[in-house]
Design a protein around this ligand. Structure first.
Ligand code: COA
Length: 204
């Protein structure tokens, strides 16, 4: 089942980053990276064509309180987001009944790709969710065309779980892979449902 989650003022520091809740004053930084074509599209959403769009999404980030702003420690600049989302198909994935989990989603400004920053952010959030929030499992997905995101998930220990056709926020459907990470501190053995899409533990 989906675990309750709110950032609730939590701040996570890594070597190079600070992860914190979004605020109204983040609009310019957010718009700067969200308006660049080819960033959001890799995550299934259209780049922002104006500040109004960024402002609407920023308001959601603030009210829903489940998306961390990924900030450079040295300058405070917001260079990305990391959401602790609800995983989908909760009623179909019956193996998760009685276990607490969420889905990780992330986007980084193109200017900062290739420096290992998102793996650093994801690893820190995974650590927080497993060790302080006591979650049992996390999922994280990527579209087949997104080899960069696949690498982030591999580097953070996620393993292939299901092949799925996933909806995008642009109204299209894309084949992709949903990965899973089970809290290593817990001795969990899932009795997986829907074997037709299951690829648990296989290399893809
Ligand atoms: C996916 C994303 C978060 C990766 O973040 P990152 O901090 O750059 O991650 P890394 O530095 O670990 O790079 C990951 C892989 O991307 C590739 N890569 C990195 N920089 C690249 C660049 N400038 N051009 C092409 N490929 C690049 C490399 O293969 C790298 O893997 P490697 O370290 O094994 O060589 C970032 O590319 C991004 O925001 N993409 C758009 C949004 C998105 O895809 N979100 C995820 C949706 S599932």
């Amino acid at each position: 089942m989906n675990a309750e989650f709110h950032i609730n003022g939590k701040i996570i520091e890594t070597q190079r980053l600070v992860l914190r809740p979004f605020g109204k004053t983040d609009l310019e930084d957010f718009y700067e990276y969200a308006s660049v074509e080819g960033t959001g599209e890799m995550a299934g959403w259209h780049h922002h064509e104006n500040r109004e769009k960024s402002s609407q999404i920023l308001d959601l980030f603030i009210t829903e309180d489940k998306t961390f702003a990924v900030c450079l420690k040295e300058s405070g600049k917001v260079i990305g987001s990391l959401g602790v989302e609800k995983y989908g198909m909760e009623e179909k994935l019956t193996e998760f009944d009685g276990y607490r989990g969420r889905e990780i989603g992330y986007v980084l400004s193109q200017d900062y790709w290739g420096r290992g920053l998102m793996p650093e952010a994801v690893s820190a959030v995974v650590d927080y969710l497993f060790n302080e929030c006591d979650m049992d499992f996390l999922t994280c997905g990527y579209y087949d065309f997104n080899s960069r995101s696949k690498r982030v998930q591999e580097k953070c220990g996620f393993v292939p779980y299901r092949k799925l056709i996933m909806d995008t926020r642009m109204g299209t459907k894309e084949p992709g892979v949903l990965n899973i990470l089970i809290n290593p501190k817990k001795n969990i053995r899932f009795n997986f449902s829907h074997p037709e899409t299951l690829i648990y533990g296989q290399t893809v």
